[in-house]
Design a protein around this ligand. Structure first.
Ligand code: SAH
Ligand code: AVI
Length: 312
């Protein structure tokens, strides 16, 4: 699995456009900024998915009755609490394994979860989910794998198929996947969600430069770049960039490299794909899953699909 240095060589030192995988957003500050994004009035996905989960968590837990809930890219686990609440009402006390690349967010969230749910055993897994699932512990009994927030949209189509296929290969026949995905909608709503007025998304995006400065002994000046996010209806995705405000050189001392940015040069830091029910079904089918239930937010603003491994 490539680390930061390799990803920088593959993405940042090449181009156009220069690019980096989104996992580097999530140092402690980046995770805290993402959590603040979730509370901005413009960023509808979190509260929309949370409201949907509040409605359907009981049905999901009663149907699956998992012994373990394994969450990929769990972050603060704030919405997953809907599943734990349903575990209480359905008397199904499962274990919980949040899997995330950010150590700090797992430690903080784990502490508050065991405080609030005294029956819950939290087995935090720190790592990169692109490195495969063979290192995940094998739990006794069946698991509900959870991938929320629309994070699947941060993968290209081929990355998403590869990722879900690897997950499918790791799953037992009785396991289930709960996948949250954001939906295609009015471009103005999408644009606003990634351009909040308080500038929290901009700070989240620019924090990537601080990560590079710290990890690669680089000398990015955050103030010399600006946040740009736009929705492309053709590809049905948000593209998020950091744009150079002028011509500038940046040194990556640890890699002994110098980057030359042109005035207005844009570096791609994230894509966030939006789905239709059809494109989501096709993605799941392409990765070897069969959809069992589809829960939709009002006006089709967000989808939660409960899926099982398709028979080989
Ligand atoms: N599931 C939460 C958080 C979404 S933010 C929600 O729905 O609100 C995306 C999360 O995925 C972050 O917590 C980030 O640290 C984690 N993440 C991003 N890339 C990752 C990777 N390659 N491996 C593991 N976790 C990753
Ligand atoms: C984590 N992921 C689903 C978020 C999204 O909406 O694509 C990350 C994010 N980027 C900017 N705002 C939120």
């Amino acid at each position: 699995m490539p680390g930061l240095e390799e990803d920088v060589r593959q993405g940042l030192l090449r181009g156009p456009p220069r690019s980096l995988p989104p996992k580097y957003f999530y140092d402690a500050r980046g995770s805290a900024l993402f959590d603040r994004i979730c509370d901005t009035p413009e960023y509808y996905p979190t509260r929309t998915e949370d409201a949907l989960l509040a409605q359907c968590a009981g049905t999901i837990i009663a149907t699956v009755r998992p012994r373990h809930i394994v969450e990929l890219g769990a972050g603060t686990s704030r919405k997953t609490r809907r599943l734990f609440d349903a575990c209480v009402s359905e008397q199904c006390h499962s274990g919980y394994a949040p899997f995330d690349v950010c150590h700090d967010v797992l430690v903080e969230a784990g502490g508050s979860l065991v405080n609030d749910y005294d029956w819950l055993t939290v087995n935090a897994l720190i790592g990169d989910y692109h490195a495969g699932f063979e290192h995940l512990p094998r739990f006794d009994g069946h698991s509900l794998f959870v991938f929320l927030g629309g994070t699947i949209g941060n993968f290209s189509e081929s990355e998403a198929v590869e990722f879900l296929s690897e997950l499918r290969a790791h799953m037992q026949p009785e396991d289930r996947l709960l996948l949250g995905a954001d939906r295609v909608k009015d471009p103005a709503v999408l644009h606003a969600a990634y351009n909040d007025a308080a500038g929290v998304t901009a700070a989240f995006n620019l924090n990537l430069l601080e990560v590079l400065n710290r990890e690669l002994d680089a000398d990015f000046i955050a103030n010399s770049f600006y946040h740009h996010a736009c929705y492309d209806p053709g590809t049905q995705r948000i593209e998020m960039y950091l744009v150079s405000k002028h011509r500038q050189s940046v040194h990556l001392h640890r890699l002994n490299q110098r980057l030359e940015f042109a005035d207005g040069e844009a570096m791609l830091t994230e894509i966030s794909r939006k789905f239709t029910p059809e494109s989501l079904l096709a993605l799941l089918a392409g990765a070897g899953f069969r959809m069992e239930r589809h829960f939709e937010a009002p006006a089709g603003h967000f989808s939660l699909m409960l899926a099982r491994p398709a028979e080989a």
